[in-house]
Structure formats: structure tokens, C-alpha cells
Unconditional design. Structure first.
Length: 171
């Protein structure tokens, strides 16, 4: 049975955009030969209130092509908010590696750094729950950070679930 390693990226990683997490993806592909490896990616999206303002501005200035996509995006987020789904996750496979992308947003702008960190950790927690349903607990977490975000989540996992971690800072 292969050991389980969970890589946490502070940057977005989607099938359309791999550049921000290129190191994490390369590491996962190398480790995949010997281990069961997955990546968590956090997608902190624009606050809903800013999207609503943008939609109104586009309607006022008759930017109809952009307005349809904005309207669809705002409608999806409002629907999620009404259903209590401020955070959600999706699983991708990128170059043979499973990626658990966590998504989330605030209704309004985050006021402080602590608000931003709390939002980021909540989104990462949603992606981790999805990962844990599929794989159980990892043996080790390797957090790749840019300004400590992934490291904060790795420390949280160590405290709450006693999971060992390694931290690499990129900035």
C-alpha cells in the first residue's frame, strides 16, 4: 500500500491554469511513482458585492457581451449563498494528479488580514474535507507557501488531526 502525501498550494491550480502551481504539480508527478499524491488548491474569488457592482456598471454602459457572463456568475454565487454554500470544492485530474480545488467568497470585501486568512483557511478546509472523503488522512502534508497561507493550513492540520507537515516558502 502506497503512503499518502497531500500537497497544499497557495496558488490557484486548474486545468486551464497550471503556471502558478508549476512546482507543486511537478513535485506531485515525481512523487506519484512511489506515493498516493494529491494537491489542494485554493481559489479565493472576488467578493460578491464587487461582482454585483461590476454587473450594474456593465448594464449602465451597455457592455452586453460581458453582462451576460457577469449575470450568470452573480446568479450562481447568489444561489450558493442562499443555499448556504459559501464554500465548495471540485476535483480535477491534471497530468495524472488529483487536484482538490476549494472555492469560496465573502459577500463583501475582507476588512483585515485576519478576515482574509480566515476566509482562505475555510476554503482550504472545504477542499480538505473532499480529499479526506476520498482518501482518508494523509501521512504527511507538504505546504508550498507564498506569504504563509498554506503553512497556516498545515499547522491547523497538525494541531487538529496530528498530521506531520513540511513547509516550503516560495516568496
Amino acid at each position: 500500500m502506497k503512503g499518502k502525501i497531500l500537497i497544499i498550494s497557495s496558488e490557484q491550480l486548474t486545468p486551464d491554469s497550471t503556471l502558478g502551481s508549476i512546482f507543486e504539480l511537478a513535485q506531485a508527478k515525481i512523487l506519484k511513482c512511489e506515493y498516493d499524491v494529491s494537491i489542494i488548491s485554493v481559489q479565493n474569488q472576488e467578493p460578491l458585492i464587487l461582482q454585483v457592482k461590476s454587473l450594474i456598471k456593465n448594464i449602465v454602459f451597455f457592455r452586453l457581451g460581458r453582462t451576460r457572463s457577469d449575470l450568470l456568475s452573480v446568479t450562481k454565487r447568489l444561489t450558493r449563498l442562499i443555499r448556504g454554500k459559501q464554500f465548495w470544492s471540485q476535483k480535477y485530474t491534471i497530468e495524472g494528479v488529483e487536484v482538490y480545488a476549494g472555492y469560496g467568497f465573502n459577500f463583501r470585501n475582507t476588512r483585515t488580514d485576519q478576515d482574509f486568512y480566515d476566509l482562505w483557511l475555510a476554503i482550504a478546509g472545504t477542499a480538505y474535507k473532499h480529499y479526506k472523503q476520498d482518501h482518508g488522512h494523509p501521512e504527511v502534508v507538504h505546504a508550498h507557501g507564498r506569504f504563509l497561507l498554506a503553512g497556516l493550513f498545515a499547522i491547523k492540520l497538525k494541531k487538529e488531526e496530528r498530521i506531520r507537515y513540511v513547509y516550503t516558502e516560495h516568496s
